[in-house]
Each structure stands twice: as C-alpha cells, then as structure tokens.
Ligand binder design. Structure first.
Ligand SMILES: NC(=O)c1ccc[n+]([C@@H]2O[C@H](COP(=O)([O-])OP(=O)(O)OC[C@H]3O[C@@H](n4cnc5c(N)ncnc54)[C@H](O)[C@@H]3O)[C@@H](O)[C@H]2O)c1
Length: 353
C-alpha cells in the first residue's frame, strides 16, 4: 500500500504516518511546518518530523506547501502512485483564522482544492480522505434544547441523546472564519466525490487527541487541560459554568476509521467522527478525572464571557459510521486517553524542568 499524508508533522498526520507505516505501507508525508507560523515556537512541528524519519521504516518527508498549486499538481503527476491520500494539512484554529483570514482560507480551502484537482487529473483511482471538523455545523448544534445537570449540559430530548448527526445543517449559523473555510473544503471534497465519482470520504472530527497532542489555550481542550493540571497553570474556563461538553477520540481510533473507509470507500460520503457519548465530558468532569488519575487538581479562573459560537454540548452521533463500517467503534476510553496524556505531559514537563 502506498499512502500520501498531508500535514504529516501534525497530530493526526503523524499518527497516520505511524499507523500505515506500522501496516507495512510506503508513506510519503507532506508538510511545510506552517504550524510554527500559526502558533509561534510552541507550534513548531519539526521535532515530530524528525521522530517519524527516525522511527518509521518506509517514510519519506516532502517539503510541500499545499497552497502551491503547481507543486501539488507536480507531486501527484509524478512517479509516486498512491492508493490512499489522507489530507490533514490545515490551519486548525478559530482565533487565528480571524487574525490571518487569507492564510486560513488559502490553506484550508485553496490547498484542499489543489489536492482534489490533482487527484482528479493524475490519480483518480486513489482513495482520498479529508479531515474536516464538526465546526462546519457552526453554532447550529446549540439550537437543540439542553438541560443543566450537576456537572454538564446535556440534550433535554431523549431523541437527541445519540448526539449530532450528519443531517445537522451547515448554513445560516455562526461558524468563525475557520469554520467557513472548512465548510468550503468539506463541500468541495463531497462534490469531487459525487460529481466526478472519486473515492472521497469526509470525516468531521470532534475533539481528536492523543498523548502527542500539544494543546494550547483555546485549542486542544483535553491536552491543554492536562498540561495545566500538571504544570500548575491556571486554566481559564470561558462561560457555561465549565459544563460545556466535548466528545474526545484517540487519534488511533480516528486512523482505524480512515483505514476502514480506504478498504471500502463510498464516494462523497460524510461521517461524524468523535468519541461519542461514552467519551464525552465537560470541563468540570475532565478536571475531576485528571485529579482522580493522579494528574493533580486543576486551578481554574472563570471568565463570564463564553467564546463566540462555542458548542455548549457536542456529542458526535456515530451511528452512520458504525452502520457503514461494522466492526469499527471507539476502542480507547476517555480514561485511557487521559492516563496516556498525563504520562506524556509528565515526561515532557520533567525534560523541560
Ligand atoms: N485536533 C482536533 O481536535 C481536530 C478536530 C476536528 C478536526 N480536525 C482536523 O484534522 C486535521 C488535522 O488536525 P491536527 O490537529 O492534526 O492539526 P495540526 O495543526 O496538528 O497539523 C496540521 C499540519 O498541517 C501543516 N500545514 C499547515 N499548513 C500547511 C501548508 N500550507 N502546507 C503543508 N502543510 C501545512 C502544519 O505544519 C501541521 O503540521 C485538520 O484539518 C483539522 O481541522 C482536528
């Protein structure tokens, strides 16, 4: 199997490289470390690239800016023939998109179009997976009636309990510029699947995470919360009494879903992909669990104003994915995700003092 991974230095991309390398595939990873430009020195991903180059057996890094149309087309026209393309390169933050709208749109929407057109022209037999996001639904999920419980918000109507399905509407709601550029990519990828019949799948991620996640304030919820508990940093809770709910999925479970899709692709399909109800938690619940697992007691500061458009309760309805790909289910529990994450932050904290 030959695999191309874009954004291969990042959280999901590097997991994709490791996952397919572990299966014996030849993997080409494309990245230009643009995360360092987005997030500053804390966002530098070269360490992860070097780790992959050291550890993966059949991995080759290609320095590629997906905004560079000619370079993307040349790569896909070249000698490397791919069975699977996993597109993870992106500008991933709401707040940065507002500060850098051109870069955000050029990477998320323009870069995706470059890859899709390269696929159509030069590698139409390859399976293509776009990592999209639940932020394409904007704040529409907040329209569901909610009930306030002791430690979390939850859906008030029993019928909503499985969570947000792919039928949630995408328009006439507030997204952030990031959400809007991801909608453009998401719809364009579906279109290349439906209009041209290419083997394209779109996965709308909830909170995707893992021990190698380097969460920062306002981005990478669970990872940053663990880091704050371990390092004694005060964690700012933005509104909703800390009862806002996210569903968390380990990136290995994400890759297992992508792998199932690659084995039996359905052109133009869209799947919600998160931890589901079983792996959902509020900030308050996550803090309790981290303390219970020995990560320390989180110090918090409450900020009355919620983040604009923030989901109050978001749980991915996984029934479509589970129905199309029987055998796939979330395997790594929230507890196990947190335990791994605490270990990882501990050793990083020890190294940096
Ligand atoms: N992590 C999450 O919780 C989450 C949730 C939902 C969706 N997603 C989506 O999954 C995908 C991967 O997310 P992630 O968390 O791994 O992000 P990440 O920031 O860790 O990785 C993205 C990678 O893309 C690279 N990149 C950025 N611009 C580039 C360009 N112009 N050319 C080449 N490479 C470029 C970056 O350097 C980085 O290594 C994104 O599309 C994101 O929107 C992530």
């Amino acid at each position: 199997m030959r695999v191309l991974v874009t954004g291969s230095n990042g959280l999901i991309g590097s997991e994709a490289v490791a996952y397919f390398d572990g299966l014996g595939a030849d993997v080409v990873g494309a990245d230009n470390n643009m995360r360092a430009l987005f997030f500053g020195p804390d966002g530098d991903t070269r360490w992860n690239q070097r780790r992959l180059e050291r550890e993966a057996k059949r991995f080759r890094h290609v320095e590629l800016d997906i905004r560079d149309r000619e370079a993307v087309l040349a790569l896909l026209e070249g000698d490397d023939r791919f069975d699977l393309i996993v597109h993870c390169a992106a500008q991933p933050s709401h707040d940065l998109a507002a500060r850098m709208p051109f870069e955000d749109f050029d990477v998320n929407a323009g870069g995706t179009l470059n890859l899709l057109e390269g696929l159509r022209r030069h590698q139409p037999e390859a399976v293509f997976v776009l990592m999209s996001t639940n932020k394409v639904y904007g704040d529409a999920p907040n329209e569901l009636p909610l009930v306030e419980l002791a430690t979390r918000w939850d859906y008030a109507d029993e019928r909503d309990r499985p969570g947000i399905s792919e039928s949630c509407r995408l328009d006439r709601c507030l997204h952030s510029l990031f959400g809007a550029s991801k909608v453009a990519a998401d719809v364009m990828a579906q279109e290349y699947g439906r209009y041209f019949g290419l083997k394209i799948g779109v996965f709308r991620g909830g909170c995707l995470t893992g021990p190698q996640h380097s969460g920062v304030e306002l981005h990478g919820f669970l990872s940053y919360l663990c880091k704050a508990a371990i390092t004694g940093t005060t964690y700012k809770v933005f509104g909703y009494k800390g009862k806002q709910v996210r569903d968390n999925i380990h990136c290995r479970d994400v890759l297992r879903a992508i792998h199932r899709f690659a084995e039996a692709p359905r052109p133009g399909e869209v799947y919600n992909l998160g931890g589901g109800r079983g792996n959902s938690c509020s900030i308050l619940e996550a803090a309790d669990l981290v303390a219970e697992l020995g990560g320390g007691r989180l110090r918090t500061e409450y900020v009355e104003t919620a983040r604009r458009g923030d989901h109050i309760c978001y749980i991915s309805d996984l029934r479509k994915l589970e129905g199309h790909y029987p055998g796939w289910r979330v395997e790594i529990s929230l507890r196990d995700i947190l335990a791994e994450m605490i270990d990882s932050w501990r050793s990083r904290h020890r190294r940096t003092g």
